[in-house]
Design a protein around this ligand. Structure first.
Ligand code: ATP
Length: 344
């Protein structure tokens, strides 16, 4: 799904847009099938073959090709048919063939979290994804700003987990594990986790994670999981504390491949959400455990050695006088730059 039926427009979620999005499902499906066919063919592919393969008219094929060109795909036409020469670096729904029906795509939006909230309230299902190329009001915890320039990866995934609200913080852990595992698998970089919601490389923040929950006393209605990744961006405003995959690798990455791999990893980690394996995996990747930390939460300050996390995802800290405290949420500062995990 895609805003306004046109990937080049600036999206705002309105009733009309949601309707248009629903109508876009079919269009995206056909565009996805055309791209697949063109990519599988090393030569020109005739309009007739395409129309037979997709059981649609040649005029319809021509219209979809024109729309793909508008999106930035370079497709040349000759008497022999159509040939794809290049694709834009955009996270368009039809670049994710198995997921396109769940994706709401916006070239630019205030915040993917706001759109996802509206969709969730209207009953959108588990696995709905809101993607934006740019966010103008991206946010982190406590409404802090998350800078979201072009070249990053910004999305919100709608989850409807059947868990008690007390365990919802595990979703932060699950998401951060998925991001770190994906980075390690794809690039061999030593991505580490900082409690409660950051992914770090070389001690600098590469990814922000925000989980917003709508719940009753003992039932979670939905959790919107927002993930912002500094992929092909530079964030000069936070030069000392932030980094990006492009900065670390010295070259741009394929955001499509990364997002596909990450969404698959999240699916895998979701199956471990309430299992001990998730906590074990988080502990292995954690830069916070065994570190001296200062936690500031709701006016309380806890200073000591981070020794464990409990089953709800709370951080257990042993203070200098030996007392053990539990931090459920809060700002966490690492007091020394020593990475406890040396293995990748
Ligand atoms: P911290 O990592 O400092 O504890 P936090 O976890 O409370 O912050 P987040 O919700 O993860 O906050 O992110 C918001 C903060 O991250 C902002 O206040 C800003 O300091 C920083 N920030 C904003 N945009 C980016 C970005 N693109 N990359 C890295 N850091 C950013």
């Amino acid at each position: 799904m895609q805003s306004n039926g046109n990937s080049q427009t600036t999206g705002q979620l309105t009733k009309t847009n949601i309707m248009v999005n629903i109508l876009e499902i079919k269009v995206n499906e056909v565009k996805g099938q055309i791209l697949k066919a063109l990519r599988e063919c090393s030569d020109y592919l005739s309009g007739e073959t395409l129309s037979n393969q997709l059981s649609t008219s040649r005029v319809s094929i021509w219209k979809h090709i024109r729309s793909l060109k508008k999106d930035g795909y370079v497709i040349k036409a000759s008497p022999g048919g159509y040939r794809l020469f290049s694709s834009p670096d955009l996270l368009l729904p039809y670049e994710f063939p198995d997921l396109e029906q769940r994706i709401h795509y916006f070239p630019e939006i205030g915040s993917t979290m706001d759109v996802a909230r509206e969709l969730a309230k209207k009953g959108a299902g588990e696995g709905t994804i809101v993607i934006a190329e740019v966010q103008t009001r991206g946010r982190g915890r406590l409404s802090r700003e998350w800078l979201s320039p072009k070249g990053g990866i910004y999305f919100t995934l709608l989850l409807r987990p059947r868990i008690s609200p007390a365990y919802a913080p595990r979703i932060n852990l699950m998401a951060s594990v998925a991001v770190a595992v994906t980075i390690r698998k794809l690039f061999g970089l030593k991505a580490e986790l900082k409690w409660p919601n950051d992914v770090l490389i070389e001690g600098k923040k590469l990814c922000g994670i925000l989980a917003e929950m709508d719940a009753e006393m003992d039932v979670v209605n939905f959790v919107n999981l927002g993930i912002g990744i500094n992929a092909n961006t530079s964030i000069p405003q936070f030069e000392k504390t932030a980094t990006s995959l492009k900065d670390v690798l010295g070259k741009e990455i394929s955001r499509k491949k990364f997002l596909s791999a990450l969404l698959m990893e999240i699916e895998r980690q979701k199956t471990l959400l309430m299992k001990a394996d998730l906590l074990e995996e988080w502990k292995k990747l954690s830069a916070t455990l065994n570190n001296d930390v200062r936690i500031v939460a709701a006016g309380e300050v806890i200073v000591g050695r981070a020794i464990d996390i409990d089953t709800t995802g709370a951080l257990i800290v042993k203070e200098e006088d030996g007392s053990v405290k539990e931090a459920v949420a809060g700002d966490c500062i690492h007091l020394r730059e020593e990475a406890p995990n040396t293995d990748i």
